[in-house]
Ligand binder design. Structure first.
Ligand code: 5GP
Ligand code: ZN
Length: 113
């Protein structure tokens, strides 16, 4: 998607602090971290949100969830972490490219919403 912020980050058009990359997935530090460690994990192929996941493309989501614990381990999140994906306006999704937040590095609020 030519006007998608995260597609531009994946393509290197917009700089980011990359923490992981493979053929399917790109991960980088959130520009406005909410926790000491705040990483975004995104599929390289553009999908708008969780709503766009189908039987045909869900393999990349499974792959993302294999990658997330490896990133968490590399980041030293030995006491745990939270994975969040905001989907749509009520959830406050601001970038319409599917992404999973990895939040950690301190004890997190027990209330999620
Ligand atoms: P959402 O609100 O859609 O769940 O998450 C979007 C996230 O993208 C936000 O946490 C926001 O800080 C982050 N973000 C927005 N623009 C940029 C950017 O240009 N670079 C990086 N690294 N993160 C960004
Ligand atoms: Zn995109």
């Amino acid at each position: 998607m030519s006007d998608c912020l995260f597609c531009k980050i994946i393509g290197g058009e917009i700089p980011s602090s990359k923490v992981y990359e493979d053929e399917l997935v790109f991960a980088f530090r959130d520009i406005a971290p909410m926790t000491p460690t705040h990483i975004l994990v995104v599929p390289k192929a553009h999908l708008d949100s969780v709503d766009a996941v189908t039987p045909e493309n869900s393999g990349v989501v499974a792959h993302i969830f294999e990658v997330i614990p490896r990133i968490a381990q590399a980041e030293g999140l030995v006491n745990g972490y939270r994975v969040v994906s905001n989907c749509g306006p009520d959830a406050g999704q601001t970038v319409k490219h599917l992404h999973f937040h990895i939040l950690g590095g301190k004890p997190l609020a027990t209330e999620m919403a």
